[in-house]
Design a protein around this ligand. Structure first.
Ligand SMILES: Cc1ncc(C[n+]2csc(CCOP(=O)(O)OP(=O)(O)O)c2C)c(N)n1
Ligand SMILES: [Mg+2]
Length: 551
């Protein structure tokens, strides 16, 4: 090793020591020293077309792997562009670190180039946010950021690094290198509390366990299905901005009035749970609040009042494992309620199998998605990314749930193309599908160029109804058919844009052309866009019918 190093070398080599293989980034004056320093490491730079996309990619990596993705952007405008995307990562409980370049310390307060109070700006959308102050300890800053991103409820962390720190040359002996981190320590559920949770689940008539977004990856889902099998209580991940009304949860919202025990297993008591209170729930519904954050456990305990059975600070995964282990010592509850709950969650209107569009040259969303379904089902490792809007709800309710990422609790639209790109680094062989709307594709359409440049094939299916339909539906319902405006788009040829960027484009107006278009898109081996003209249909609102109730 050289006797002297730049701060930028400390950053690059610390990231390498901490296991980072890839940085999602977009260049800029403040960070060019790090681009240079990375040449001395094995780290790959994946450079993108908008800073928010770099954050979404780091977010996707964090969600899929549980280990922090790293995004790096330049100071000032680069940072400002990146911050918006942190909102989604925070709501998705995704561990990631944003490193932003920053005006030099000697410029601050003097009208420096792109000077901005960056750490303050990122603070509300991160778990922690600070500006580095010393070159020798930059590696310690990064190690700390990674640790905070992973521990408790995972989430994004931000560090701004002034450019003079990155350029400063210091003696190698002065550098405080970070240690590779073992598993982060986390509080487990004490056995006695686990036993009281199990006892409460067993004595309840209709208990439900709510799980957090951080458990929605493959590992988390496997753990939760073991938990459901061990307790015979339905386990539901609440990761959608539509909460219990998410079409992916079928008609489950109709059973909520029957639930007599809610176990929050690391799931915050928030709008998605409808705060586990009347009028959505029975007024005597009881609550167990397990949360990795003391403040959120306390908030839930306070809201529950005398309906609280147990409140405890514990890690969601460890708590699930402890409950599974200790449930083996007691007689399991019957399966009747679990069957009823699963039937409601799996409930889909029978007519979706045959519904066709009434509009010539347009498909009904159900036609589109039932045709896509077998292609997603064909491979166990396939990754599905669903964006927001009405088409996202149709996709979540019809496509199989394997490895899946959705826009998440933030409700922000536009992340899906970037999430698909990072998924390609995680899953190198299986197909990756994205379903998104025509409005949403506009946010990060240029990332198809990134995908082409980096050879990251995936298939994006655009449900094109020439409309921001989710909002248009709100206008229709709330203000009336004669007051709908400001939500219309043109039936633009996004497929041609993607082809022009070097990808594969397909345009579909007839149901009978769709399957062949999907086949060609997969076979092309390129980033592909299938632009499917669809009818504007509101998101499904799946409810139990009288027949379901009698069954
Ligand atoms: C960043 C952001 N901007 C705006 C919204 C509001 N919003 C939610 S869904 C939606 C419409 C999406 O339109 P499209 O992608 O075409 O899907 P559609 O609803 O038409 O199926 C809008 C504007 C949001 N959730 N996030
Ligand atoms: Mg649309």
């Amino acid at each position: 090793m050289k006797n002297t190093l730049r701060g930028a070398d400390v950053v690059a080599q610390s990231l390498q020591r901490l296991g980072c293989k890839r940085i999602f980034t977009l260049s800029g004056n403040h960070i060019m020293s790090v681009f240079d320093a990375v040449l001395e490491t094995d780290i790959e730079l994946v450079h993108v077309r908008h800073e928010a996309a770099a954050v979404h990619m780091a977010d996707g990596w964090g969600r899929l792997t549980g280990t922090p993705g790293i995004a790096m952007v330049t100071g000032g405008p680069g940072h400002v562009n990146a911050v918006g995307a942190l909102f989604a990562a925070r709501a998705a409980e995704s561990p990631m670190v944003l490193l932003s370049g920053h005006a030099a310390t000697w410029e601050l307060g003097r009208g420096g180039f792109q000077e901005l109070r960056q750490a303050e700006m990122a603070a509300p959308v991160t778990k922690a946010s600070w500006t580095a102050t010393s070159t020798a300890t930059l590696g310690q800053d990064i190690a700390r950021a990674i640790r905070i991103a992973r521990e408790g409820r995972p989430g994004p962390v931000h560090i701004s690094v002034p450019s003079d720190l990155l350029d400063e040359v210091i003696d190698a002996s002065a550098i405080s290198w970070p240690q590779v981190q073992a598993e982060v320590a986390a509080p487990d559920l004490p056995p006695a509390i686990a036993d009281s949770v199990i006892a409460a689940i067993h004595s309840a008539r209709r208990p439900i366990i709510f799980a957090p977004p951080q458990l929605s990856n493959a590992g988390g889902r496997a753990l939760l299905s073991d938990l459901e099998a061990a307790t015979n209580a339905p386990v539901v991940i609440l990761e959608s901005p539509r909460g219990l009304a998410d079409a992916g949860l079928g008609a489950f919202q109709d059973l909520i009035t029957k639930v007599d025990l809610v176990v929050l297993l690391g799931k915050a008591l928030d709008f998605t749970t409808r705060w586990a209170a009347a009028p959505d729930y029975r007024s005597d519904v009881r609550l167990i609040a397990i949360d990795p954050e003391a403040a959120l456990a306390e908030r839930a305990m306070k809201e529950a009042g005398d309906r609280l059975i147990v409140g405890c600070v514990a890690d969601a995964k460890l708590a699930a494992r402890t409950i599974i282990a200790r449930a083996a010592f007691s007689e399991p509850r019957g399966k009747e309620w679990l069957r009823e709950a699963r039937a409601a969650i799996d409930n889909r209107p029978a007519e979706w199998a045959s519904v066709v569009s009434s509009k010539p040259g347009r498909l009904h969303p159900a036609e589109l998605l039932r045709t896509l379904r077998p292609y997603v089902e064909r491979c166990d490792d396939a990754v599905l990314v669903c964006d927001g809007g009405e088409i996202g709800q149709w996709a979540q309710s019809i496509l199989p749930l394997r490895q899946r990422m959705i826009n998440g609790l933030s409700g922000s639209i536009g992340s899906s193309l970037s999430l698909a790109l990072s998924a390609r680094y995680f899953e190198q062989n299986a197909p990756i599908f994205v379903v998104l709307g025509d409005g949403t594709i506009g946010f990060h359409l240029a990332e198809f160029e990134t995908a082409v440049r980096r050879s990251l094939p995936f298939v994006a299916i655009v449900g094109n109804d020439a409309c921001w339909n989710a909002e248009s539906q709100i206008q229709f319902r709330t203000y009336g058919a004669d007051r709908m405006h400001g939500c219309d788009l043109t039936p633009a040829r996004y497929d041609l844009v993607v082809a022009a960027l070097g990808g594969h484009g397909e345009f579909v107006e007839r149901m009978e052309d769709l399957a062949a278009a999907i086949e060609r898109a997969l076979e092309s081996g390129k980033p592909a866009c299938i632009n499917v003209m669809i009818e504007s249909v509101g998101a499904p609102n799946i409810r139990l019918t009288e027949n379901d109730r009698l069954r």
